[in-house]
Design a protein around this ligand. Structure first.
Ligand SMILES: Nc1ncnc2c1ncn2[C@@H]1O[C@H](COP(=O)(O)OP(=O)(O)OP(=O)(O)O)[C@@H](O)[C@H]1O
Length: 265
């Protein structure tokens, strides 16, 4: 592993609002290889979204830098697509149109109309949503909306896919189904993914490495855990695999023994 693809170097973040200063992140160093699936886990409010937004270019780091493929990240860009917990689809557009809009924006100058049409459909097929291409967000389930959001993000062919609790609002069965699909897509595309989650099993099942954050203020990476489970992974087989169980226990111990959540006063 060279860790040259995405480097987070000494990243810190301080918010100043209403005369109050809060040190959210301090000295975050992380090197990620192309094709890795990384999860970020930590208690509520520790700064996970802040870190993801810094990588996405939506928030500027106070100190340090993010270097993606040898260029410093200073603003949002199509090379980093973000999928949020609550889908951000345009309600007046169909599934096809939501994805097509992103495709036109990113590859309007490089692909013909026919190619952009095919590419839009290809990405809807990837998430098994081609059958619902003409439905608007209000006409489909929460899981389907997330799948359209993932299709839209993938269609932009980002260097990094940033997932901010993408399955957080879904029921357990839909969530498991979508996790399996994301694993299949990752196997197929070998894309680089950084995902925030609160779910220990989700982190272990999907990730190559898990970034465990300490509690804030000034949260840091407390532990970095490699998940040496072979791929493709099957959730039923994994559930009794000693490697899976050891990783799961390591994350639980980190969260509930070493860095227990303390309710803010
Ligand atoms: N724009 C902002 N201005 C001031 N403080 C902010 C801002 N955005 C986030 N914060 C604060 O930074 C801290 C970290 O927030 P962040 O959303 O990154 O945490 P998180 O770990 O993603 O939380 P959760 O798991 O609950 O989503 C919180 O205390 C939050 O109130």
């Amino acid at each position: 592993m060279s860790g040259e693809f995405l480097r987070i170097e000494g990243v810190g973040k301080t918010y100043v609002s209403g005369g109050k200063t809060s040190h959210v992140l301090a000295d975050i160093d992380l090197a990620i290889d192309a094709g890795e699936y990384i999860s970020i886990i930590g208690h509520s409010g520790c700064g996970k979204s802040t870190l993801l937004n810094i990588i996405g270019g939506l928030t500027r780091a106070t100190t340090g830098a993010v270097i993606l493929d040898h260029s410093e990240v200073n603003s949002p860009g199509p090379d980093r697509a973000i999928v949020f917990q609550n889908h951000s689809l345009l309600p007046w557009l169909t599934a096809y149109e939501n994805v097509r809009l992103a495709v036109d924006k990113v590859s309007g100058g490089t692909r013909s109309r026919a190619e952009r049409h095919d590419w839009t459909l290809h990405n809807l097929e990837l998430v098994h949503m081609a059958h619902a291409r003409d439905k608007r967000p209000a006409e489909v389930s929460g899981g389907m909306k997330q799948r359209i959001g993932i299709a839209r993000a993938l269609a932009m062919e980002p260097k990094v896919l940033l997932l901010d609790e993408p399955f957080g609002a879904l029921d357990a069965l839909t969530r498991a189904h979508l996790q399996d699909q994301v694993m299949q897509i990752h196997m197929k595309l070998r894309n680089t993914v950084i995902m925030i989650t609160h779910d220990v099993d989700e982190a272990v099942l999907l990730s190559d490495r898990i970034v465990m954050m300490t509690n804030g203020p000034a949260a840091q990476i407390g532990q970095l855990l490699t998940v040496p489970l072979a791929r493709p992974r099957n959730r039923l087989e994994a559930a009794s695999d000693p490697i899976y169980l050891n990783c799961r226990e390591a994350v639980l111990r980190f969260l509930y023994e070493r860095h227990r959540y303390v309710e803010a006063a």
